[in-house]
Design a protein. Structure first.
Ligand SMILES: Cc1ncc(COP(=O)(O)O)c(C=O)c1O
Length: 462
């Protein structure tokens, strides 16, 4: 395609397209970055520039951006049946195969799988099922949901309320009443001087219990947590954190909802993040890696005791009052079943833990030499490197340095797509990286940090 045609795409984008999570005013002048094509772990922009996307897009394209197996699965499914639904007991072979393939991997025995289209919808579904569970058990007053500060759980109203980020709340008048937040686990910034990881997690568990007692345990339905807080900058909890949290939740009859939307399907080096961090949830939400980003589909897995409570509603003749037109789309189902088969053939948890360890070691080698990286953390195929202006004081760059935008742009100039989450440079690459790709990421990361260090020195000297 000619350049003119792509410039036209850029103009048309500004004219017609309203973007998610974008500064709308700067977008009017800067315009979009048009990504026109995928090639394994690379994406190619409208000017022909190639980038190794070390974020798998938005934490999702675990098998890269153009996977022939998934393309064929989708095209076969479309040829068979382009749509059907799952209301009133309808089903399709493809969605049954997907539910079965998920169920066989889950750490929850005899789970039931519910389908939706996005991570936000899956998390909203878990909230509604938690309310149903308590109502069916004679405790309809249990409505409150606890989540953690700095967490991301999605953009719909309950999901955004559970999210712990001010810009997701401010102008929207959120969170809704009854959505309350406890502390995030941040070993780098959160610990008191001399506090061990064990003492820290005990203090966090105590803070949770204090919140529960203040709010009234009999009013609280559930707590939602990601095993590793990805969007908060790859916050990996201490080993015993979830064990301590679970004891408190059990004490007060509060359900534990596991947001596996980033962590699920090998991302943390286990099939599910909850297995990596020792969390035993009542429900799990999944999306992103579920279809390797190749279809908008999400799922919720519920344990038998949740199912028992929910099904009791039908004993009074009532349908489950929940559902989306695209809950259980057959093409999505076919893509999920094929994605999970590909993961199995890759020997996934072992593959991602080994590949992730090599990736982290290579990135860490660069980060350790850099004066602007204060902390390095990672698990499986997730890695985070916290950017600091002052290592000793653990101080971030002043806003006028535009450190985040500057770093992302320099990385792009070096052919590397990565993302700043708060002050943390995050990596969440596809699982299909070869040793050459790892070396390429390492070289681009080193070049990015060198240019960034030079740049910010110049900004700091008037
Ligand atoms: C942990 C987590 N939960 C939920 C969501 C929301 O998913 P979606 O954007 O598909 O609604 C995201 C999206 O990034 C996420 O990272």
């Amino acid at each position: 395609m000619s350049l003119t045609q792509f410039e036209t795409v850029s103009q048309r984008d500004r004219r017609w397209h309203l973007h998610s999570q974008t500064n709308l005013i700067t977008h009017e002048s800067d315009g979009p970055l048009i990504i026109a094509q995928g090639d394994g772990p690379y994406v190619i922009d409208s000017n022909g520039n190639r980038y190794l996307d070390a974020m798998a897009g938005l934490w999702c394209a675990s098998l890269g951006f153009c996977n022939p197996r998934l393309t064929h699965a989708a095209s076969r499914a479309y040829e068979t049946m382009g749509f059907y639904h799952t209301f009133s007991g309808r089903s399709s072979p493809a969605i049954v195969a997907a539910a079965e393939a998920i169920g066989e991997l889950l750490p929850i025995e005899d789970a039931k799988i519910y389908f939706a289209t996005s991570g936000s919808e899956a998390n909203e579904t878990m909230v509604k099922f938690a309310w149903l569970f308590h109502a069916a058990n004679g405790e309809p007053q249990r409505r409150k949901i606890i989540s953690r500060k700095r967490s991301f759980h999605g953009s719909t109203i309950a999901a955004a309320s559970m999210t712990g980020l001010p810009h997701m709340h401010r102008e929207f008048g959120l969170p809704l009443a009854g959505f309350i937040h406890t502390e995030a686990v941040d070993l780098y910034h959160g610990r008191l001087p001399g506090e061990s990881a064990d003492q820290y997690s005990t203090r966090l568990a105590q803070a949770l219990e204090n919140l529960i007692l203040k709010e009234g345990p009999e009013t609280i339905a559930a707590m939602i947590a990601e095993p590793v807080q990805a969007g908060a900058g790859i916050l990996v909890p201490p080993k015993d954190y979830f064990g301590k949290i679970a004891k408190i939740l059990e004490r007060y009859g509060i359900l534990l909802l596991d947001d596996e939307i980033v962590c699920g399907f090998g991302r943390t080096g286990s099939w599910f993040g909850c297995e990596t961090v020792g969390m035993a949830p009542d429900m799990m939400s999944m999306a992103k890696g579920l279809s390797a980003g190749h279809f908008p589909i999400s799922a919720v897995a519920i344990s038998p005791r949740i199912y028992e409570a929910i099904r009791s509603i039908s004993a009074h003749g009532s349908n489950l009052g929940h559902g989306f037109t695209n809950s259980g789309h057959p093409v999505g189902g076919a893509i999920v079943a094929e994605t999970l088969l590909v993961y199995r053939e890759m020997n996934l948890p072992r593959h991602t833990s080994e590949l992730g360890a090599r990736l982290f070691a290579q990135l860490r080698e660069i980060a350790d030499k850099s004066p602007v990286i204060g902390d390095a953390r990672g698990v499986g195929m997730l890695a985070g490197f916290e950017l600091v202006a002052d290592k000793h004081a653990k101080r971030a760059f002043a806003p006028e340095v535009w450190a985040n935008a500057r770093l992302e742009q320099i990385a792009r100039d070096n052919g590397l797509m990565l993302r700043m989450q708060g002050d943390t440079i995050t990596f969440c690459p596809p699982f299909i990286l070869t040793n050459q790709h790892l070396d390429e990421i390492q070289r681009a990361f080193a070049a990015t940090l060198h240019s960034f260090e030079r740049d910010v020195r110049e900004v700091a000297i008037p």
